[in-house]
Write a protein that binds this ligand. Structure first.
Ligand SMILES: [Zn+2]
Length: 255
């Protein structure tokens, strides 16, 4: 494919609060808690607009109440308002890529009614019947419908790495979940990779010089997780973690 250059906007769609740090940093014993932004990435190149991940629910008080941590969505962070701030109308997005199908990454897929939704086949099959420890990550609570099931007719399953547009590709990053994938984005200032929850936060990726990147405390396969982190290191691309305030604060990448 060609050499299109993309610009990336990282847009905050709410925040998880009081999250135990051992969920973010493997075997962390500090008993700290963290706040984590939910981030949607808007990618633009010429006349094309692609969205990577779509955040959590903003409408349903009951759902919000049942999430085990604090969860807040400010008015300006509601999905339509956050899109308007970066000048995007939902109908002009023709492609959504979900890094994985945990509720905090796909709950607003239905907003993008004209978009095809790209998901790894292994993620879709696991999400349909997750292990008991992972049930809540996909459906929030036992009485609710998993958000990814609202748009099944628009999901296109893919297997492994592939180019999806000029300058844009996906690569499998299993470990956090079986079908987690990253999104490689070529820009005018280098190549970035949207990591999904393979990397939640910059400080689990870049610790001391001598230390390897740290998996998160949520995983389905730890060996796969380490292999995915090693794969990312080998690329030399700049990672954009999925739950780091620094990513939102910088906001725009690629020009
Ligand atoms: Zn996740």
């Amino acid at each position: 494919m060609g050499t299109a250059k993309w610009v990336i906007d990282a847009v905050k769609l709410g925040e998880l609060q009081d999250v135990p740090s051992e969920l973010i940093y493997l075997e962390d014993r500090s008993q700290r808690t963290c706040s984590l932004p939910l981030i949607r990435f808007v990618l633009r190149s010429d006349d094309r607009t692609v969205v990577v991940d779509t955040g959590g629910p903003a409408e349903d008080e009951e759902v919000r109440r049942k999430i085990p941590f604090g969860y807040v969505v400010a008015e300006e962070e509601r999905v339509e308002n956050a899109l308007a701030r970066v000048g995007v109308r939902p109908g002009e997005v023709d492609l959504v890529i979900n890094t994985h199908l945990h509720w905090d990454h796909c709950s607003n897929n239905d907003v993008f009614g004209n978009a095809e939704i790209l998901v790894q086949r292994s993620e879709l099959s696991y999400a349909a019947a997750p292990g008991p420890d992972d049930e809540r990550a996909y459906r929030i609570h036992p009485d609710s419908i998993p958000p990814f099931t609202r748009c099944l007719d628009r999901i296109r399953e893919i297997e492994g790495g592939t180019e999806v547009a000029p300058g844009l590709g996906v690569l499998p990053l299993p470990g956090h979940s079986p079908g987690s994938q990253g999104v490689r984005v070529d820009t005018g200032t280098g190549t970035f990779v949207i990591t999904g929850d393979c990397i939640d936060a910059v400080d689990s990726w870049r610790r001391w010089d001598s230390e390897a990147p740290l998996p998160s405390g949520r995983f389905t396969d730890l060996a796969d997780f380490h292999a995915s982190l090693a794969r990312l290191e080998g690329t030399g691309w700049t990672p954009l973690p999925s739950h780091d305030h620094a990513v939102v604060d910088t906001g725009t990448f690629g020009y």
